[in-house]
Design a protein around this ligand. Structure first.
Ligand code: TXA
Ligand code: MG
Length: 334
């Protein structure tokens, strides 16, 4: 086991060769809400319990992404994946042909799914994948959890294909790094969206798109009139049904009030606390779940207190601005 302080001299890097004991330890770290970096056949992933909002918020914080770009959820097999998302015939064919393997399917989330709302950044879809790697498989079976895992690098850096890359990039921010040697493919999974009538290629990757077409038929080449489905461009896709009012100092009697920090002003039809302690990681963990809760309530709109632009604040504010965007910028939901 390598255990030393990283270059900043603060957090200790914990890196262990993947074996029975370290995989069992990694599984209990995940179950307790911690973060584990682990190898897959594509790249190393930064894993967290996909049902735990706080663990997912920590993933976003460590990756330092400027936006909540939704994460891929990893499953031990297609049966486990089918408990969280709706598989139509095309999805079943893709799963049969290519899982386990470097293919990620974007499918509709089941209404009763237990997955964190933050993992899919508030979307009604989920990205799912069954990795073809012995250590990833052993970890998922030991933890008995769906594992959300973006590539284990900070935003804007290259994806790690060795445990050493993870240690250098993320240092002691991860609770444990499982070293399983080099990732055989070394390129992220191919991501396809199967929620429309034809498959859409969202990200080319480790599985050749032509092989996918030979099973599913041609990809949608993009009708200029068709809605854009790449997550960064989904300006209204993340929006709640009710109008959103940003930087609100106090709510009207019929508004839900999304608060940040201690002792928020009184009033409103419903108070929903993003973070009483004023912590942006906690606020991120609660954001989508609270927006959904507000949307189910009988209110005229949602007033949101200012959230500071520090920590996960920029990502929260980006998402709130999109949610508040005027309806004429709407991109129809697909
Ligand atoms: O090979 C891989 O896919 C690696 C390993 C660790 O499995 N993971 C990975 O995750 O590359 P990440 O988070 O770096 O990339 C996730 C990609 C992003 O392009 C994201 O936009 C897309 O998947 N994505 C995730 N959920 C989505 C959704 N609901 N709709 C559309 N795109 C989604
Ligand atoms: Mg990545």
């Amino acid at each position: 086991m390598i255990d030393h302080t990283d270059s900043s001299g603060t957090a200790r890097v914990r890196l262990k060769p993947a074996d029975r004991d370290s995989i069992a330890e990694a599984a209990s770290i995940l179950s307790a809400g911690g973060l584990v970096a682990f190898p897959t056949e594509t790249v190393y992933g930064l894993g967290a319990d996909a049902r735990n909002d706080h663990a997912i918020a920590r993933v976003y914080a460590i990756k330092n992404r400027p936006r909540f770009n939704p994460l891929i959820v990893h499953f031990a097999d297609a049966e486990a994946a089918a408990r969280e998302a709706l598989f139509d015939q095309a999805a079943e064919e893709a799963a049969t042909a290519f899982w386990p393997g470097p293919l990620t399917l974007v499918l509709a989330r089941r209404p009763n799914s237990m997955l964190s709302r933050l993992v899919s950044a508030g979307l009604e879809t989920i990205a799912l994948r069954v990795p073809d790697h012995q250590i990833a498989q052993a970890l998922m079976r030991a933890a008995n959890l769906p594992i959300a895992a973006p590539s284990a690098n900070r935003a804007g850096m290259i994806s790690p294909t060795l445990a050493r890359h993870v240690a250098e990039g993320l240092g002691g921010a991860v609770d444990l790094i499982l070293d399983g040697g080099q990732c055989p493919i070394g390129l992220e999974s191919t991501v396809i969206d199967l929620t429309g009538s034809r498959p859409v290629l969202l990200r080319p990757g480790g599985l050749d798109a032509e092989k996918i077409s030979s099973v599913l038929g041609p990809f949608d080449q993009g009708d200029p009139a068709a809605p854009i489905r790449s997550p960064g461009q989904l300006s209204r896709h993340y929006a709640p049904r009710h109008p959103l009012r940003l930087n609100a100092q106090s709510p009207s009697p019929t508004e839900a009030f999304l608060t940040f920090g201690p002792n928020p002003p009184a009033g409103g039809a419903l108070r929903l606390d993003l973070s009483p302690s004023g912590d942006t990681v906690e606020a991120a963990a609660n954001l989508f779940a609270l927006l959904h809760e507000a949307d189910r309530a009988n209110i005229s709109g949602i007033a949101v207190m200012p959230v500071p632009d520090e920590g996960l604040g920029p990502a929260i504010n980006d998402r709130l601005r999109r949610a508040a965007a005027p309806a004429d910028t709407a991109i129809p939901a697909t």
